[in-house]
Design a protein around this ligand. Structure first.
Ligand code: ATP
Ligand code: MG
Length: 765
């Protein structure tokens, strides 16, 4: 096979980086400028120069990225690629620890604990120490331990550190230090390491066993790190130590794409790299090969607002491309339908494949509306990095309760919920019930509801309580209550919701939101006038059908639309990208609004999202969204206003009909006349507004800011903007649906801004 003539597929600075002979090299470059390509080709080039693949270490952030890189290298150099040391930080250092772990007292077959194992162990320890797991939430404690480990703070150092101690006291958990110690000892006794240990122990290994460090320092003649902006201290130290003999470290990164600070990633690593390696060669790549000019320029206009960043000027010489569509939807469900329809049309009009499309969102819980809408249009999709909504544990848990309420012969549902939330009913008791039922020719429920005839003691009492609970649910069904009433009652009284509510970690919050999202969808099911029957049983039937359709989809067909969080999309590219849910408090996330540095991280996340698109970018937001069982109005995201409006085009909300759709609730009357003084579009949008009374918007910075009708806004008018304050309109620019106002704001530092009137909230004063 003729070798790929890869050097010709590079521009001069890329080629310079690929063929850089020796010494530290930093490639700081914008999104889509070929960083990963350079790293890949550099490995190929080094091998061609005679470097043994065994002597090259290449670290990436995801297994997927490592796999793709290996494939690309194989295309250039063939089979030799197999011998490279390439993988994620965790996988590569687990491998080294398998060889060397005995130095630290582990055998080579140590177990790696996943998060469930860690949580279960922490629960046990909390109990054994006689602490209350309502105060000491296992996830919270584990998060504290994780950040300590990632900052290389041992349990001894933790216990002696006044800052940690004070923080824990303030959080009313003064015993975390002791829990940390116990946890480490127990993992060690079990010959097990958790994910953080893989990095932490590698650091300890290299610190305390210089002969081992020496061996790997000599072995790895070249060390490469992709997405370097997302390394934490622990990872940084490992790479620095490993490369300190040969000094052949090549790091690739983009400070504008640093999005993992919440996991301890330190943007300073990239900013300080120069100080650590005085001989550093720096290569800047500024030409973006991925995206149209419009997309690149729009991304630049957003990121320019961040203060902390290295100077870069990213440009594209690709076609100018079409403008960025902004879609306004009346509700989250309509957002799903509009995006799915858009994909359907684009796909047919331009002969595209499903894999050309990606829908990116801020939180996993947002996937539901898109999943449903895509299913209705028979468009295949896959959820990356998160389970399909109905396969998530917490959703399956609540559905199991609902199933068991309806059908007490459902043994799988029983097994799932009998000890959920934890009631102290062990597997043995469950097994005993199942066996007793079988032996007596009775159903599990018959045994459970007459438990005192079969077993005695504390477990019998607990099971009896459980049976009473389920019976109380049955009464609601008999009374003919609707699905939403019953499901909300069950979520509350079963303790499922409370358990998740009490868990204040990021994952706990996400799971809580998922349950709320399920309840929202049941509410919509009940509110939909097209559904004649709105019982729990009717709802479960539709869900069961959905999940079956899901399973049928697993037919080896890889042509699917990708649905993922923006975090998961790092490094990837798609022809058509939809960034959805662009609303205040969702994106930017409510949790990221209080500090400038947090908001900058959130803005970098938006930058990452925009720069995934090759040909066409679409942004969307919903004007209302069910949240915690209530319909709330949402405010468009500030990020929409941050894109230079010359790259945007506002789409009309359109009428979508699926025949038997559930959309009647918020579907406008197509033939409604246009009242005097309104444009067609305004009528359409006001018609699209859901009828329910929504809770007032309570998150505008100025409190009860009420926007004015700006249809007659003209130059010279004085206005107030909720974020930028008072100002004067200096210019109006009207182009079809796009109405822009240039406003000179009075406040210092605000200056002149051009805002799109369709989503800028302005009060005429
Ligand atoms: P990200 O910041 O998203 O990780 P990146 O800088 O790693 O992006 P790559 O993924 O390596 O960028 O490249 C982006 C796209 O541009 C890829 O499709 C790649 O094949 C293509 N590309 C890179 N360099 C060139 C070039 N010199 N000529 C043509 N295409 C190129
Ligand atoms: Mg990359």
């Amino acid at each position: 096979m003729a070798k790929d003539n890869y050097l010709e597929k590079l521009n001069p600075p890329q080629r310079e980086a690929v063929t850089h002979p020796e010494g530290p090299l930093m490639i700081i470059a914008g999104a889509g400028s070929g960083k990963t390509r350079v790293l890949t080709y550099r490995i190929a080039w080094l091998i061609e120069q005679g470097v043994d693949p065994f002597n090259i270490l290449s670290l990436t952030f995801t297994n997927k990225a490592a796999g793709e890189m290996r494939q690309r290298i194989e295309a250039v150099i063939g089979n030799d690629a197999k011998n490279l040391w390439m993988g994620t930080f965790h996988s590569v250092f687990a491998k080294i620890l398998r060889f060397e772990g005995k130095r630290l007292g582990y055998t080579s077959d140590f177990t790696i604990y996943d998060t469930d194992d860690s949580r279960s162990l922490m629960r046990t320890i909390i109990k054994e120490l006689g602490l209350d797991d309502k105060t000491y939430k296992p996830n919270y404690v584990l998060n504290r331990i994780s950040s300590a480990k990632n900052a290389l703070v041992s349990w001894e150092a933790y216990a002696n550190n006044p800052v940690y101690m004070e923080d824990d006291k303030a959080a009313r958990m003064p015993e975390i230090g002791r829990l940390y110690k116990m946890y480490v000892l127990r993992c060690f006794q079990a010959n097990a390491m958790d994910f953080d240990d893989l990095l932490y122990n590698t650091n300890v290994l290299f610190r305390d066993h210089l002969d081992v460090l020496n061996k790997y320092q000599h072995k790895f003649k070249h060390v490469m790190v992709d997405e370097f902006q997302d390394t934490n201290v622990s990872q940084y130290l490992i790479t620095r130590k490993l490369s300190s003999v040969h000094q052949n470290i090549c790091i690739v990164g983009d400070d504008a794409q640093s999005i993992y600070a919440f996991r301890g990633a330190n943007i300073q690593n990239i900013l300080n790299f120069k100080a650590d390696y005085p001989d550093l060669k720096v290569v800047k790549l500024e030409q973006n090969y991925r995206s149209t000019q419009t997309i690149v320029n729009a991304a630049n206009s957003v990121i320019a607002r961040n203060k902390e960043q290295l100077e870069k000027n990213v440009f594209s010489e690709n076609e100018e491309g079409s403008k960025i569509d902004v879609i306004k939807a009346a509700s989250d469900n309509e957002e799903g339908r509009l995006i799915a329809t858009n994909i359907f049309e684009e796909k047919n009009n331009n002969s595209l494949k499903n894999t050309d499309f990606a829908i990116l969102y801020r939180t996993n819980a947002q996937s539901r509306a898109f999943e449903e809408a895509l299913r209705k249009l028979n468009i295949k999709y896959r959820i990356v990095g998160g389970l399909s909504f109905y396969q998530r544990k917490e959703i399956k848990d609540l559905l199991a309760y609902l199933r068991f309420t309806i059908n007490q012969n459902d043994e799988e549902a029983f097994k799932r919920i009998i000890n959920l939330p934890k009631r102290g009913i062990g597997d043995t008791t469950v097994a005993k019930i199942v066996v007793t039922a079988a032996e007596n020719g009775k159903s599990v429920w018959e045994v459970v509801s007459n438990i005192n005839q079969y077993i005695a003691g504390r477990a019998a009492q607990t099971i009896d309580d459980f049976a009473t609970l389920i019976k109380s649910y049955g009464l609601l069904i008999e009374e003919g209550k609707d699905a939403h009433t019953v499901a909300s009652y069950i979520a509350k009284t079963s303790g499922l919701l409370k358990e998740l509510y009490d868990d204040k970690t990021v994952e706990g919050l996400a799971r809580y939101e998922n349950i709320q999202e399920l309840l929202n969808s049941i509410k919509q099911f009940v509110d939909n006038p097209e559904n004649e029957e709105v019982t729990l049983s009717a709802f479960l039937q539709t869900v069961t059908l959905m999940t079956t359709a899901d399973q049928e989809d697993e037919d080896g067909d890889h042509d699917r639309v990708t649905l993922m969080t923006i975090h998961g999309a790092k490094g990837l590219e798609f022809k058509y990208v939809y960034i959805v849910g662009l609303e205040e408090n969702l994106f930017p996330s409510q949790m990221m609004l209080s500090k400038r540095s947090d908001l900058e991280e959130e803005r970098r996340l938006f930058y990452v999202a925009i720069t995934r698109a090759e040909k066409k970018l679409t942004l969307s937001y919903a004007e209302s969204r069910y949240n915690y069982g209530r319909l709330n109005y949402c405010e468009p995201s500030r990020f929409l206003e941050e894109i230079d409006p010359k790259y945007l085009q506002i789409s009309r909300s359109r009428v979508i009909s699926y025949g038997n759709s559930d959309a009647r609730n918020d579907r406008p009357a197509t033939s409604s006349p246009v009242p005097a003084g309104f444009t067609k579009k305004e009528t359409l949008i006001s018609n699209l507004r859901p009828v329910q009374k929504a809770a007032p918007v309570n998150h505008t910075p100025t409190g009860d800011f009420v926007a004015s009708d700006t249809s007659n806004l003209k130059a010279g008018d004085k206005v107030e903007h909720p974020k930028f304050g008072y100002g004067t309109v200096t210019k109006m620019d009207i182009n079809g649906n796009d109405r822009k106002a240039t406003i000179k704001f009075d406040a210092q530092g605000q200056g002149e801004k051009t805002l799109l009137l369709s989503f800028a909230k302005l009060r005429i004063v």
